[in-house]
Design a protein around this ligand. Structure first.
Ligand code: NAP
Length: 477
């Protein structure tokens, strides 16, 4: 492939800044080192807060229209360079180019959506019930935001935070995952080219996330943390945020159930299952993690789903015909292999569907039948191409099993029609439900979870409010 890499240094106060140390970024398809990026120090972290704090004084006063235009320009630049973005993602993350392209388009759409939302920030005007005063509610940008993103969607998780933060008038420090920093640095470069003033978007790449983020979160000038990642790390950050009563947005882990009810169209359910399970190679918080299939169709569903998984071509993500690329690292791949071994030890019937390249972080899709609810694959977030299938008899039991988890991000329901789908969806303890379809994510929809899957919503009308503080004026008019 050989694309020309973009920035590899820190972005602080509008300047690409070298750090005293660097760390390597690898291509998981062949374990080669792609590049070395700056490894931020505590001093760099403090400098990025200084810069965002200073920039906020003027950026928070800019017109919504001017902020909208920065985001619109960023959308246009990203769209015109979409193939480059996809190749960069695939190179450092390992995912198939098809997935990387889909992510790039999705990521750019957050800039478009929030460019449209910037000038639609609402307020409220009403009289107090006894009419002794007028109640005016305004919204002001919250201030400096710390944005922390995972490796599985290196572009979309960044734009889903940068977009609303800019639209609201906030300044920010983005800390991408250490496995995929190059895409975030390129997006920061897009923001600079789109006209984001110096200090509005700062980026710290680091191999010492804990130290750098705790430095930032201890700083009283930082007003909110927007995190996407595991529930485990989310809880650490919530504890840290308590010290300064910092606002938190948390997009955390998932354990999505996928229900195929009696009377559902099996072919549609298999097509939906392929998307819900295999989008991003299964490395998505929204990935269908466990399949509950009615006994009347479970055999047919398992056979057709297994055949569809077996038809996938596994190989280096950068090859045009690859359906499933490498996992992000050998370490992540081996975590999934360990879950597969535990499932075998529990007596499940595990079938590896496809031959994969010997070297690199590859993993065949697996279909697992004879799974019992409560076993390891129904409890743990798999984050890879493994599909455990549990058979059920009664719809009420399927709903109970679906909700029997500490997670509550998304569920999938295949029903005989939309009305039955909605009836079942209302009983799901998840922030999102996809009904008779395999994907729900959309920049215009409120993305987020219940229970330990998170706090707050990204995207939709709600997303911008994560970066706004309501302020009420009591006034006699
Ligand atoms: P992770 O280990 O929680 O890491 C996420 C981010 O937090 C990375 O930037 C990481 O940096 C950083 N980090 C790790 N430890 C930290 C600490 N002690 N203090 C501050 N920052 C820290 O998650 P991941 O493995 O990258 O991503 C997979 C997880 O993300 C899954 O659980 C998935 O469900 C979840 N996810 C959720 C959503 C959603 O919208 N709900 C979307 C995508 C992914 P390093 O890279 O340096 O460790």
């Amino acid at each position: 492939m050989g694309i020309k890499l973009g920035p590899v240094d820190l972005l602080i106060d509008g300047a690409w800044t070298k750090s005293s140390q660097r760390f390597p970024v690898s291509n998981p398809a062949d374990n080669s080192v792609i590049s070395e990026v700056a490894d931020a120090t505590v001093q760099d972290a403090i400098a990025s807060v200084d810069s965002s704090h200073e920039a906020f004084k003027t950026f928070s006063q800019t017109s919504p229209r001017s902020r909208a235009e920065i985001l619109r320009k960023a959308f246009e630049i990203m769209t015109s360079e979409i193939d480059y973005c996809a190749e960069l993602i695939s190179l450092e993350n390992g995912k198939a180019l098809k997935d990387a392209k889909a992510e790039s388009v999705y990521a750019a759409e957050f800039f478009r959506w929030f460019s449209e939302e910037a000038s639609r920030i609402t307020g409220d005007f009403r009289y107090a019930p006894n009419r002794d005063k007028t109640i005016i509610t305004d919204h002001k940008p919250i201030g400096v935001a710390a944005l922390i993103t995972p490796w599985n969607f290196p572009a979309a998780m960044a734009t889903r935070k940068i977009g609303p933060a800019i639209a609201a008038g906030c300044t920010m420090i983005l800390k991408p995952a250490s496995e995929t920093p190059l895409t975030a640095l390129w997006i920061a470069d897009v923001m600079q080219r789109a006209g984001a003033p110096n200090g509005v978007v700062n980026v710290l790449t680091t191999s010492k996330s804990s130290e750098i983020i705790s430095t930032i979160m201890k700083d009283q000038r930082v007003k909110t943390v927007s995190f996407t990642g595991s529930t485990y790390v989310g809880k650490i950050l919530l504890h840290q945020a308590a010290d300064s009563v910092m606002r938190c947005s948390m997009e955390l882990g998932g354990n999505a159930p996928f229900l195929v009810l009696e009377g559902a169209n099996v072919d549609s359910a298999v097509a939906g299952a392929m998307v819900a399970k295999m989008r991003n190679g299964g490395a998505a918080c929204t990935a269908a993690n466990r399949f509950y299939v009615h006994e009347s169709v479970s055999k047919e569903f398992s056979q057709k789903f297994g055949a569809a998984l077996a038809s996938l071509k596994v190989g280096p993500g950068v090859n045009q015909d690859t359906d499933l690329g490498a996992m992000v690292s050998i370490k992540e791949r081996d975590k999934i292999v360990e879950l597969i071994e535990k499932a075998k030890a529990e007596g499940a019937n595990v079938i590896s569907t496809t031959k994969v390249p010997d070297s690199g972080a590859f993993l065949s899709p697996h279909v697992v039948t004879g799974v019992k609810h409560g076993s390891v694959l129904t409890r743990e977030e798999i984050f890879g191409p493994v599909a455990p299938i549990v058979e059920f008899q009664k719809q009420s039991a399927a709903i109970e099993m679906a909700n029997d988890t500490e997670y509550g991000l998304i569920s999938y329901v295949y029903a005989k029609d939309g009305a039955e789908g909605i009836k079942v969806a209302r009983q799901m303890d998840t922030g999102m439900v996809a009904i008779n379809r395999g994907v729900a994510s959309d920049p215009a929809a409120p993305f987020g979870g219940m229970k330990e899957s998170g706090l707050g919503r990204e995207g939709g009308f709600a997303g911008i409010h994560e970066f706004l503080e309501p302020q009420y004026f009591a006034v006699d008019l």
